[in-house]
Design a protein around this ligand. Structure first.
Ligand SMILES: [Zn+2]
Ligand SMILES: [Zn+2]
Ligand SMILES: [Zn+2]
Length: 157
């Protein structure tokens, strides 16, 4: 994900998607769910649950119990508005939540940006491989660690 883009567009479209998807799912985007989503969308860097809990404590007068925050995260995961980055134990907003898809990510080990890189060809190969092995897929994610373009430039100077 390029660092020089109008990130407000990302946030606006994320919140717009959230309203639409919740409506379609017959679920409510409660103020807390919305707040959690907005905090996750502050950047394209995955955010840990404890960072979220601390930030929520900063912005709200009353303390929000960690289980409440985890429930909001579970909801957002289920609707497909966010993904979990397992290797970092963190969460990131989905760029295209309107379609169900596996989560494939390129994660920069230096600036911790994670870019979603879903690819139909890759999914197809994984599906074929599973079928050949009589295997039924329940969940799939792929996390590739390395250096993003910006960090490659910085390290080579
Ligand atoms: Zn952005
Ligand atoms: Zn996604
Ligand atoms: Zn980077």
């Amino acid at each position: 994900m390029s660092t020089c883009h109008n990130h407000q567009h990302c946030i606006d479209s994320a919140l717009n998607n959230a309203e639409n998807l919740c409506q379609a799912a017959g679920a409510r985007l409660t103020p807390l769910r919305k707040q959690v989503l907005e905090l996750i969308w502050q950047s394209h860097k995955p955010m840990g649950a404890y960072d979220l809990i601390n930030m929520l404590a900063d912005v709200s007068e009353k303390t929000i119990a960690p289980p409440t925050v985890y429930r909001a995260l579970d909801f957002l995961l289920e609707v497909g508005l966010i993904h979990r980055i397992n290797s970092l134990n963190a969460y990131i907003g989905c760029m295209e939540p309107s379609t169900k898809h596996p989560s494939y990510f390129l994660i920069c080990t230096q600036c911790h940006t994670a870019s979603e890189c879903n690819d139909n060809g890759l999914s197809e190969q994984i599906n074929n491989l599973s079928q050949e092995n009589d295997f039924v897929i329940e969940k799939q994610w792929l996390e590739v660690l390395g250096l993003c373009r910006n960090c490659q430039i910085q390290t080579s100077v």
